[in-house]
Design a protein around this ligand. Sequence first.
Ligand SMILES: *[C@@H]1O[C@H](CO)[C@@H](O)[C@H](O)[C@H]1NC(C)=O
Length: 244
Amino acid sequence: MKDLHSLLPHSMAATNLNSASIFLLTFALLFMVMGHEASNSGQYPVVVSTWPFLEAVRAAWRVVDNGFSAVDAVVEGCSACEELRCDGTVGPGGSPDENGETTIDALVMDGVTMEVGAVAAMRYIKDGIKAARLVMQYTEHTLLVGEQAAAFAISMGLPGPTNLSSSESMDKWTKWKENHCQPNFWKDVVPVDRCGPYHAKDFLGSSHGTCSKTTLMENIKSRSSHVGRHNHDTISMAVFDKVS
Ligand SMILES: *[C@@H]1O[C@H](CO)[C@@H](O)[C@H](O)[C@H]1NC(C)=O
């Protein structure tokens, strides 16, 4: 493995054309700014998650209710979803990318220290959220990616290398290819062949984008109408262990 200092940057700007990698956005918060009403009510801990992933919420609840930290709870909760492959997309065996490979993304934040750890496009390791936590806990980095994220995770004791494909993910990919690689996450491009490689439309002299207010509003409108369960987060979870 490379020296940690040569690994990836302190930036979270992970843009990714990989249409189907898994994103776990997770927060563990010691909530400090809630109103007096809430802070006096003794209604803590609290576990919140996107989507009706009850098993994940229950797993997190058991941890925080037993006195462990909000970060511990978030990691357990999201791990439960990775194991269960919630929604068919979270964790190993979930959605494949354009090459048919499943890779893992995960991010965790500690609301007390504001520390963040994340992995992206991580290969061969099934435990995304645990790897993200190791990045947060044992490195000065924020984000490790790809093979280097995998090497780091293995060196810190997570199991791997593992085949992250499943018969379901391979099946999904085959069907997507058969459907001329639709839908996908490209925009303003034309495929040379049906499934790419893709070229920027501008290169071929097509119309350039404009900055008019109308165009902007149309863009926002057409995009927000496409926001839904299958192109939003996979799971996000917040755990509040107490109010200080
Ligand atoms: C990984 O698993 C998938 C699905 O079971 C299988 O098709 C593929 O051949 C496996 N890859 C390797 C390198 O073993």
